[in-house]
Ligand binder design. Structure first.
Ligand code: BDR
Ligand code: CA
Length: 324
């Protein structure tokens, strides 16, 4: 919640402060529901970045989700509209033109908080030094800009959970790269070299542990709340992409399983500390986060990488969130 804005909608007296950075589209929206409805998490702010959709669309989507969760006290800030170096190429072919499955939701006319997402992250990090947990669900442009502005940011963040990359090096954007890392590889490079306490939940984890089959989706929707309906219905375009492109039965939820892990690290059943570096230039492998699984480079690890997860724990958190 923003400072001085009164009692938050559903937050415990002693709650962990989170800042969420997102390119809000269909799976980001589900991740926001999980965080906003969790009693132990105080979402201090939501920063939006261009990625799945252009910035203004992502901002409206985040505001819509916050409103549906009764979390209008959580400020939503617009951030960067373009990657650091390369031109923006959105994922609207994956999530729909409006990012929310093109099912006709009312996604216009809401007003974001004043100020820029990068300034908000820096300011809130000073408010919770050593305690703030950052969760990134989109390209890392806002985070790279924050580090450029203030290289001491890593000292004030307790952890940074990144939905991105693939530990098995099987990509969803090109043969080896995951979408969030591919959109702004130069930002990934800044982040990997920054000293931030990074924890990656890659698309391999989503593909293996967070695919919602039609039966899973029906069970979720049957909970019957407005958030349950939304979390399933907005995956319409994503489901088509999964059937034709990523060859999954149903749709997968990368950002939600990353959020579930951020809230409850026991969602991870194994992790490894690895050195990670990103390819920024190659047209063949742009955005590939090379994880040094066998220690070839001799470099010290710069990230914790989730290598397996507990699907039932994740699904329980998802069901609890939409039941709230
Ligand atoms: C990531 O890319 C986006 O399409 C999703 O929102 C998620 O953050 C998965 O690769
Ligand atoms: Ca996302």
């Amino acid at each position: 919640m923003s400072e001085g804005s009164g009692a938050p909608h559903n937050v415990a007296a002693v709650a962990r402060p989170f800042f969420i950075d997102t390119d809000t589209a269909s799976d980001d929206a589900v991740a926001l529901v999980i965080a906003l409805q969790h009693p132990d998490i105080d979402v201090t702010g939501i920063g939006v970045v261009a990625g799945n959709v252009p910035l203004d669309i992502g901002v409206q989507n985040a505001l819509y989700v916050a409103e549906l969760c009764g979390a209008t006290d959580v400020p939503v800030y617009a951030g960067e509209a373009e990657p650091l170096v390369v031109p923006l190429e959105t994922g609207q072919y994956v999530h729909g033109q409006d990012g929310m499955g093109d099912i006709g939701l009312p996604l216009t006319g809401r007003t974001p908080a004043a100020g820029h997402a990068v300034d908000a992250l820096l300011e809130i990090s000073h408010r919770h030094p050593g305690e703030l947990e950052l969760v990134t669900l989109g390209p890392l442009t806002n985070i790279a800009r924050a580090l450029e502005r203030d290289p001491s940011l890593p000292e004030r963040l307790a952890r940074v959970v990144v939905m991105g990359a693939v530990a098995d090096h099987i990509g969803n954007q090109n043969p080896v790269a995951e979408f969030n890392m591919w959109v702004d590889p130069h930002a990934v490079d800044v982040v990997l070299r920054s000293g931030l306490p990074l924890e990656f939940v890659g698309w391999d984890i989503s593909r293996t542990y967070a695919v919602m089959t039609p039966d899973d989706a029906a069970r979720l929707r049957a909970i019957g709340t407005p958030t349950a309906h939304m979390c399933v219905d907005i995956q319409r375009v994503l489901s088509e992409f999964c059937a034709t492109q990523t060859k999954l039965e149903g749709f997968d939820l990368p950002d939600p399983i990353a959020m579930a892990y951020a809230i409850d690290p026991a969602v991870a059943t194994s992790t490894r500390r690895l050195h990670c570096a990103v390819e920024t230039d190659s047209t063949l492998t742009r955005g590939m986060v090379v994880m040094d699984l066998l220690g070839f480079t001799g470099h010290e690890p710069n990230a914790l990488v989730v290598t397996s997860a507990d699907r039932s724990r994740f699904l329980a958190m998802l069901h609890a969130a939409v039941s709230a």
